[in-house]
Design a protein around this ligand. Structure first.
Ligand code: AMP
Length: 426
């Protein structure tokens, strides 16, 4: 039996893991510079949580959720997205009763049963933030600026920000009515899913990927013409803050969210050369969600992005990430007697956080030096008969070929200094 990885998933092999660590580190650093702290929630939750938050009729719940019953018949789902679990935790831990602003970020795998293709997987890794506790338009702009700052820190240039306002529960009902008026004469031309959406959530018609529905959408009325005065003002202020932050954007009325608790700002970051899966990150305000899942009515905004598409976009722009891990020193012991000293030295160095390699499989000096060079080690530390009797170590700089004799107690500091010098020169 040959075991195969499940379709739509992938392994991150050691040769690639440095890249993943790098983008995650930059995201954590960016989030921290905006005052966000990490929240970790379980990978599975009650399926009902997602039915409530994404909507029972949504594609995520209807078609994409990995749903299962546990041994006691409880209905669970692997999380398809990160916001509902954060909101569930926020309410369950009574943070809604504390008032004030709460800033969370998360990183982790999400699961959707979708048709796998480039940039679309069944298990994929998202990063995201949630700012809970303010309806001020400044924070809409600030949340967007965090994502833009992150992408800038990675060196991405070919990205576009598109924004929209989906209004509030009050003004969007006028818009739903206008959409139904527009689509009524075209009902027969809609796909079966959209025919259902027409009754339940007309705004979802704008999100359909079926080509004939996409054509009809072009002449549909725009949500922006139906915003009430407070929503219009909110949207104008978000734009004004984005202008002050010198963030370029385009207004795109086609960015929609189909549920009532999504309010006001919605946004998306697009990378053109990613092909069909060109959305790098998306987010928006969800002022009604916390109350919808049983918490105290609290406004909130957030976004989520996908690491796979991020890494693809970086690759397309020729942005190199992290160097593979290289030993700072490769220790070579010559002869049986050296072995003990080598082992002591290894743990001494590793205790100081220095990456030291040793391979007792390789016997000859020549083979060991070759291995040290192949691994890209900065130095070789040689312990043979002479060194054993003098209590010193021969240190060979593998780049210059220079060799010196050092006291083992000086070795850690010497290696740390040389590493610092090297990173300052980068
Ligand atoms: P969403 O939660 O659907 O708003 O998606 C937010 C971001 O997550 C997208 O812009 C993508 O970068 C990423 N994403 C969503 N679904 C997938 C998937 N199936 N595979 C890979 N990345 C995804």
């Amino acid at each position: 039996m040959n075991y195969k990885i499940p379709r739509g998933t992938y392994d991150i092999l050691p040769k690639d893991s440095a890249k993943w660590q790098y983008v995650q580190r930059i995201f954590r650093e960016t989030a921290a510079s905006f005052g966000y702290e990490e929240i970790c929630t379980p990978i599975f939750e009650m399926a009902e949580l997602f039915e409530r938050s994404s909507g029972e009729s949504s594609d995520v719940v209807q078609k994409e959720m990995y749903r299962f019953q546990d041994q006691k018949g409880r209905d669970f789902a692997l999380r398809p997205e990160g916001t509902a679990p954060v909101v569930r935790s926020f309410v369950e831990n009574h943070l809604d009763l504390q008032g004030g602003r709460h800033k969370f970020y998360y990183i982790g795998p999400m699961f959707r049963y979708d048709r796998p293709q480039k940039g679309r997987y069944r298990q994929f890794y998202q990063y995201g933030i949630e700012l809970i506790g303010s309806n001020h338009p400044f924070f809409d702009a600030e949340v967007i600026s965090l994502e833009m700052q992150f992408l800038k820190a990675l060196g991405l240039k070919k990205i576009r920000l598109e924004i929209n306002s989906v209004g509030c529960a009050e003004c969007s009902s006028d818009y739903d009515a206008a959409l139904q008026d527009y689509y009524r004469p075209h009902l027969a031309e809609l796909c079966p899913d959209c025919q259902k959406r027409y009754e339940k959530k007309p705004r979802r018609l704008l999100d359909c990927k079926v080509p004939s529905c996409k054509v009809l959408r072009q002449d549909a009325p725009s949500q922006l013409d139906y915003l009430d005065a407070p929503c219009r003002d909110h949207f104008a202020q978000v734009q004004s803050y984005l202008n002050d932050m010198q963030i370029d954007y385009k207004i795109n009325p086609a960015i929609v969210r189909g549920l009532d608790y999504y309010t006001n700002t919605a946004f998306e970051i697009i990378v053109d050369d990613l092909g069909a899966q060109n959305s790098l990150a998306g987010g928006g305000r969800y002022n009604g969600l916390i109350a919808a899942i049983g918490g105290k009515d609290t406004p909130a905004i957030g976004f989520a992005g996908g690491f796979e598409r991020l890494l693809l976009a970086m690759q397309n722009e020729g942005i190199s990430t992290a160097e593979p891990l290289k030993p700072q020193i490769y220790i070579i012991g010559i002869g049986e007697a050296a072995q003990k000293v080598v082992i002591q030295l290894l743990s001494q160095l590793r205790n100081r956080g220095i990456y030291a390699e040793y391979n007792p499989d390789k016997s000859s000096f020549k083979a060991q030096i070759k291995a040290a060079n192949a691994m890209g080690a900065a130095y070789a530390g040689i312990i043979g008969e002479d060194e054993l009797s003098s209590g010193m170590i021969s240190l060979k700089d593998l780049a210059s070929g220079e060799q010196s004799t050092v006291d083992p107690s000086d070795l850690p500091n010497l290696l740390i200094e040389s590493k610092n010098k090297e990173s300052n020169n980068l």
